[in-house]
Design a protein around this ligand. Sequence first.
Ligand SMILES: Cc1cc2nc3c(=O)[nH]c(=O)nc-3n(C[C@H](O)[C@H](O)[C@H](O)COP(=O)(O)O)c2cc1C
Length: 188
Amino acid sequence: MRSDRPGNDCSSSSSASASARGPSASRVSAFTDRQFRDALSQFATGVSVICAPGPHGRFVGLTANSFNSVSLDPPLVVWSLNRRSTSLAAFEKTEHYAINVLAHDQTDLARRFSRPHADRFEGVEFRLGAAGAPLIGGCIAWFECRHHALHRAGDHVLFIGEVTTCGRKNGAGLVFHHGRFGSTHPPG
Ligand SMILES: Cc1cc2nc3c(=O)[nH]c(=O)nc-3n(C[C@H](O)[C@H](O)[C@H](O)COP(=O)(O)O)c2cc1C
């Protein structure tokens, strides 16, 4: 169904082959970046911090809401990373990383891992998973992943990971919706 309300619909003549070529290749848009972002922001997501071993014995980690499930057999998950990320080289190099799903009371961590910081892990409680990636304390779920596939897609890189271990605990999750943090209210 098509909406005729001005300002509320998005359309583009971009073809699949054009979008595979890279950012903005041959795209004729009837919507602005703002309209695209605003429409996307209506999709409520959970919030994760994705961590990996980095250079010089340190770790890299960033806040990401692009995490999602892909396959149960084999167990695959996906997330996307901006090609401008300072962590891109580390994630392209590592064989293993960890996805930490934030609890409702971890907004400070979500902010910290989405902003420049001398050491994002300073003062953060974490332990190392079996493959050496940080598992952050207080999270409601975690997934340790082995690199499975990588696809360049526009201005982001899609990472597909095979889950090697995972865990969960009860508790409300942190939610990101329309540019704001909120909370889920699960039954238990
Ligand atoms: C709620 C939320 C979700 C985000 N999701 C993503 C994401 O999925 N992928 C991404 O590349 N950046 C995402 N960002 C932005 C990064 O966290 C931010 O750009 C961060 O500074 C990147 O750090 P880095 O350059 O050290 O990798 C998100 C930010 C917020 C606040």
